[in-house]
Design a protein around this ligand. Structure first.
Ligand SMILES: [Zn+2]
Length: 264
């Protein structure tokens, strides 16, 4: 499932179309990706408009078009944005595509948990302005972070980190990476944390978000081998810090990977 940096990466793939006019729009209007919206209306509205720019917030993307039109996109589990050359055939999971002089800007989503929505607004749509603080923003400081922990004392850490209204963009692998780096077991509760552990968790949260944006967002490169990321997917993977075999189990309903040797 695309997380913070993967979403930023996919969003940037449509940058080639910035400034271009949408010459044609094709959509599979009956796919789940248009749930709650009128697919036909989106197709008709964007035709002839110009792509002005884009922005990312956590796992959400927003594309600005001329005439006060905004396209909201969520990649869900398997969505991606890509560009196909004009003349290149589109494939069956290309549920939404806009033709520009730079090529077809395509939203592809085999499992259709992604979402495409249209907003009409002279300035940035209200829902976007109201989104929670981004983890990498200055306003997401230690005081703000502590206020989250205060309100969620009973929460299991792995589950808490996945709450998008609190930690936008953090997904499964990032949550595991953060806890591994902070040396805290994923099944611990907030109330069990010592002050030094709270600090370690905060620092790891910022570090992993920054690192993900640095390594993955520009061109989908992997983080360095010193990251859990490089070892967690492999069966029989070993902790890059202690060399001990990694553990895997369900925590809060999600497959979780951790090191029994260096997480307490
Ligand atoms: Zn370890």
């Amino acid at each position: 499932m695309p997380e913070l940096a993967e979403v930023a990466y996919y969003c940037s793939r449509w940058d080639v179309g910035r400034g271009c006019v949408v010459e044609a729009v094709e959509a599979h209007e009956s796919t789940r990706c248009f749930r709650g919206s009128n697919g036909r209306k989106i197709v008709e509205a964007l035709q002839g408009e110009r792509l002005v720019g884009s922005r990312v917030h956590g796992k959400r993307m927003l594309f600005e078009f001329s005439d006060g039109l905004w396209l909201g996109l969520h990649l869900g589990m398997t969505g991606k944005l890509l560009v196909r050359e004009n003349g290149e055939a589109r494939e069956r999971h290309d549920h939404f595509a806009m033709r520009t002089s730079a090529g077809w800007l395509v939203f592809n989503d085999p499992r259709q948990f992604g979402k495409v929505e249209l907003f009409e607004s002279e300035s940035v749509p209200a829902f976007w302005v109201d989104l929670p603080r981004e983890v990498l923003s200055e306003e997401f400081d230690y005081t703000f972070y502590k206020s989250i922990l205060e309100r969620r004392k009973r929460a299991v850490l792995k589950s808490l980190l996945l709450v998008q209204e609190l930690f936008p963009g953090v997904g499964n692998w990032m949550a595991d990476e953060i806890l591994w780096r902070a040396r805290i077991r994923p099944d611990r509760r907030v109330s069990s944390l010592e002050e030094s552990e709270r600090v370690a968790l905060f620092n790891a949260l910022k570090f992993v978000c920054r690192g993900a944006m640095k390594y993955i967002a520009p061109d989908f490169s992997d983080p360095p081998k010193s990251w859990l990321f490089r070892h967690r997917w492999r069966a029989g993977g070993h902790c890059p810090r202690s060399g001990v075999a990694l553990e895997r189990d369900d925590v809060g309903g999600r497959t979780t990977c951790w090191c029994g040797e260096c997480q307490f």
